[in-house]
Ligand binder design. Structure first.
Ligand code: AKB
Length: 320
């Protein structure tokens, strides 16, 4: 039987996923029991005002251990990461944070016998040799970005720590995440968030991938629910640990623009592909997530239409 989770540290809590994850976890487990760890960026006002916040650089072993000791942490959600686009500009930094930092988290979990480590992987673990449609759970993993390399290595390292040391490490391969609270930073799928802000504020958007670029995407409420459901799943039900495929919706940049135009008909989109096009072209278009569905009951709630409507309502209320 897995140990219960009582006190949680979220690293990268100022980031796109971390900032919303902290709030959902605080709702679920209590404000004081979820520590928001952040390195350089200030977390949102909501995060700062609702519970403990600590400076937490996962590359600083002493700092990480001290937070875990002081708050009696038993679960770490490791959301600190350098994403694909920044990772291509700063590959050594991507390795340092995504691998050395994650290794520190794992070592901390091993030494202090923590109940659980959650470490998201990504569709970036796949590469051009991977089947692009309905990408299987078990398949070729030969990414061509440093981010992807660290994601594959992170999956393997997490699985190794589980088998070798009994550390309960779990993770999902996230597609592009769309959300209205915090902007993503430095990813290839960022256009699918930026287009909403620009559509609402300027009625025009210049997209950095081609109109026909199709990628798997997911709305934030599904992404958070999925990660927490996996964290709470009984260990004995899991055959996989750190590499669950997770799917929700797939659409081209042009299809997304057309869906937004149903709400904002004046929207004009131009397409000017840059270096991120090659990254997008190396990733799958759709994902087979049957292992996640079978082993821990994964089931998304949002599709392109319901996600778009909700994004526009939330962002319009805030930005206009
Ligand atoms: C990125 O674009 O780098 C991320 C991802 C798919 O992991 N959003």
């Amino acid at each position: 039987m897995a140990r219960p989770m009582k006190r949680i540290l979220v690293t990268g809590s100022a980031g796109q996923i971390g900032s919303e994850l902290v709030m959902v976890l605080r709702d679920r487990y209590g404000n004081d029991d979820v520590v928001a760890g952040t390195n350089r960026t200030q977390p949102s006002k909501a995060v700062q005002e609702s519970g403990p916040v600590e400076v937490c650089n996962i590359n600083d072993k002493g700092q990480l251990h001290s937070i875990v000791d002081r708050y009696d942490i038993d679960t770490i959600y490791n959301m600190a990461a350098i994403l694909s686009a920044v990772g291509e500009q700063k590959p050594l930094l991507a390795w340092h944070v995504n691998m050395d930092g994650f290794h520190n988290v794992l070592e901390c979990a091993r030494e202090k016998e923590l109940a659980r480590v959650m470490n998201p992987s990504s569709i970036a673990a796949f590469g051009p040799e991977t089947p692009r449609m309905n990408t299987p759970q078990e398949t070729v993993l030969k990414p061509k970005t440093m981010y992807g390399v660290t994601k594959v290595a992170g999956e393997l390292l997490g699985d190794y720590y589980f088998k070798r040391f009994g550390v309960d490490v779990r993770g999902v391969r996230y597609p592009g995440i769309i959300s209205s609270e915090t902007l993503p930073g430095g990813g290839t799928t960022d256009y699918a968030v930026a287009i909403f802000y620009e559509a609402i504020q300027k009625k025009r958007y210049e997209c950095f991938v081609r109109e026909d670029t199709v990628l798997p995407m997911m709305y934030m409420p599904d992404a958070l629910k999925g990660l927490i459901d996996l964290a709470e799943a009984p260990l004995e039900n899991l055959k996989h640990h750190c590499d669950f495929n997770m799917a929700s919706m797939s659409f081209s940049a042009g299809e997304l623009a057309a869906e937004i135009r149903k709400h904002i008909p004046e929207l004009e989109v131009t397409y000017k592909p840059d270096f991120r096009q090659a990254i997008a072209d190396s990733w799958p278009q759709s994902i087979d997530d049957s292992a996640a569905r079978e082993e821990w009951g994964w089931k998304p709630s949002y599709d392109l239409a319901t996600m778009t409507k909700d994004m526009i309502e939330k962002l319009s209320a805030r930005l206009l």
